[in-house]
Ligand binder design. Structure first.
Ligand SMILES: [Zn+2]
Length: 204
């Protein structure tokens, strides 16, 4: 199974959603989406996660070449930093899995990756749980959303040691520990996650 925003590849998350120091501006603020590259840290074609209408396809100096897709439930999905070769235009309708562009490093970016965001009721939410998930295939109710989150947490908690090792490996591979990754320095959330999962600190 490939990640729903990359054509034929799994997603490697290089920067999670959350507060961080921006690598270009140095400002501490919310990283309002998730940064991904393809398996093995490779480039990929970008595919629409979910069907919708292209509300905007174009360029600005921060987001680079980007596409905003409005879904039927009112949510908005955003795909940033693509190359100039966008495959859709403002006003187009897109199907799930349709190629919308190519991974790039345009706008405020230090290396080729896809920044993927989901905006719900005007607020950016954490899109990581949805990278592989059927999203709005049919109506997403609050109950279904809770159910999904519980399953996501349960899978993560099923093998805490394995999850810790995976996260640790991911941090190392992404260059977080040597400061070379695009999203350095390590976020409090990531650090806390690893420490907790490795069981290095006992609860008081
Ligand atoms: Zn990003």
């Amino acid at each position: 199974m490939s990640c729903r925003v990359l054509s034929g590849k799994n997603c490697v998350v290089t920067c999670v959603y959350g507060m961080r120091t921006h690598p270009v501006t140095g400002v501490y603020k919310l990283h309002n989406g998730v940064d991904v590259v393809g398996t093995g840290y490779t480039l990929a074609l970008i595919t629409a996660h979910t069907a919708g209408t292209v509300e905007y396809a174009g360029y600005n100096s921060v987001l680079g070449y980007h596409v905003n897709v409005r879904l039927s439930n009112g949510d908005m999905m955003q795909y940033n930093h693509m190359t100039a070769a966008l495959q859709v235009a403002t006003g187009d309708t897109v199907k799930q899995g349709q190629i919308i562009g190519t991974m790039g490093s345009t706008g405020s970016s230090t290396g080729a990756h896809l920044h993927f965001g989901i905006q719900r009721n005007g607020e950016w939410i954490d899109p990581e749980p949805y990278l592989y998930a059927d999203y709005l295939e049919d109506e997403m109710t609050y109950e279904k959303f809770c159910e999904y989150m519980i399953r996501y947490e349960a899978e993560r908690n099923a093998k805490p040691a394995g999850y810790a090792q995976k996260t640790w490996d991911r941090l190392k591979k992404a260059g977080i520990l040597d400061g070379s990754r695009p999203c350095a320095p390590i976020e409090r959330r990531e650090f806390g996650l690893v420490i907790e999962r490795l069981g290095l600190v006992k609860e008081a």
